[in-house]
Design a protein around this ligand. Structure first.
Ligand code: FAD
Ligand code: NDP
Length: 316
């Protein structure tokens, strides 16, 4: 029987911290997992979001920090050590209407009794002039990940967005920057009242209403200014800023699921209570694809472990 005709116990889709943790646990439970690690799925290399960053300083076990790509190489090596079979392909679609479940990649179809969805999420970006040059050179989409870096200490910082993430990131960055300017495209915040209060009560945060960023400027190495425009008056200004943080939402990588699993209104997979179970028994979700609150490598790994243990229980 070819690999394609075998009925797998578990197929893991996605290769970030959630997917690799699920692989280690299911492999050590003798479930012989097959992982689809993706090939530039959602524009991100196999290994996930951490392949797009430099120092990771908050993942336990690395007191000196570790580079994101190296951490993911090590996670992959650990999955391989326990004989996870890894295919460098992106899953195009799944069929959850009958059992075993079908997983399609390219012209081939695989079958499995259980699935672990660990496809992550992608932070939305604006594509401003200057963004490509200064991304990760002052520009970031994760204040919790990057905010404590020395380049931001006691420097003016800017956050774009009006939701809970923007409010949370502005409050967090106010601990490090000299000032934080929040650019909000409308004349009100979408954030909850409690988060709004945190913003308005913080003397280091200034809100610019009805304001869009239009260009990122710098010295060739690091960004140092942002051009902004008031969308009501048309007035343009250039603001000094050593950091520009996007907090305009994330896009969970769920399009390939074709709406077969329950999602919330923003497209995140819904998992049940304290469990990683989705709306279809035998399909589990972990990591950022089902988490719009924490979005950290360690929480992704933690939920990857939970999904694997639940898949093991389901299969037995
Ligand atoms: P992801 O890391 O998003 O990985 C999912 C993977 O699945 C991707 O590789 C993708 O290629 C693959 N995939 C997607 N669709 C498919 C498909 N259809 N078929 C096959 N494969 C698919 N967190 C921290 O804790 N500390 C940090 O310092 C930190 N820094 C960060 C810096 C940056 C710039 C970013 C963007 C994020 C950072 N994070 C950090 C957040 C952290 O990276 C994420 O929380 C974590 O990677 C989520 O892991 P995940 O396994 O859920 O998914
Ligand atoms: P949201 O979708 O809630 O907010 C995105 C914000 O970005 C909105 O204010 C939106 O503006 C703005 N925005 C979107 N596109 C652009 C653009 N092109 N230019 C300028 N601004 C733009 O995303 P969040 O990540 O903030 O939150 C996602 C979910 O996670 C929410 O349900 C939130 O409640 C939850 N969350 C909760 C937290 C908490 O409780 N502590 C922390 C973080 C997130 P507009 O309002 O005009 O649409």
């Amino acid at each position: 029987m070819s690999e394609e005709n075998t009925i797998e116990q578990v197929i893991i889709i996605g290769s970030g911290p959630a997917g690799h943790t699920a692989a280690v646990y299911t492999a050590r439970a003798d479930l012989n997992p097959l992982m689809f690690e993706g090939f530039m799925a959602g524009g991100v290399a196999a290994g996930g979001q951490l392949t797009t960053t430099t120092d990771v300083e908050n993942y336990p076990g690395f007191p000196e920090g570790i580079m994101g790509p190296e951490l993911m190489d090590q996670m992959r090596a650990q999955s391989v050590r326990f004989e996870t079979r890894i295919r460098t392909e992106t899953v195009d679609s799944v069929d959850l209407s009958s059992r075993p479940f079908a997983v399609k990649a390219g012209s081939k179809t695989w079958h499995a009794r259980s699935l672990i969805i660990a496809t992550g999420a992608t932070a939305k970006r604006l594509g401003l002039p200057g963004e490509e040059q200064y991304w990760q050179r002052g520009m970031s989409a994760c204040a919790v990940c990057d905010g404590a870096l020395p380049i931001f200490r006691n420097k003016p910082l800017i956050v774009i967005g009006g939701g809970d993430s923007a409010a949370e990131e502005a409050s967090y960055l106010a601990k490090f920057g000299s000032t934080v300017t929040l650019l909000v495209r409308r004349d009100e915040l979408r954030a909850s009242k409690a988060m709004q209060k945190r913003v308005f009560d913080n003397p280091k945060i200034e809100v610019l209403w009805n304001t869009n960023a239009t260009e990122v400027l710098g010295d060739g190495k690091l960004m140092n200014q942002v051009r902004v425009k008031n969308n009501k008056t048309g007035e343009e200004r250039v603001l000094d800023a050593s950091g520009l943080f996007y907090a305009i939402g994330h896009e969970p990588n769920t399009a390939f699921l074709g709406g077969q699993l329950e999602m919330d209104e923003t497209g995140y997979l819904v998992t049940k209570g304290n469990s990683m179970a989705t709306s279809v028994p035998g399909v589990f979700a972990c990591g950022d694809v089902q988490d719009k609150t924490y979005r950290q490598a360690i929480t992704a790994a933690g939920t990857g472990c939970m999904a694997a243990l639940e898949a093991e229980r389901f299969l037995s």
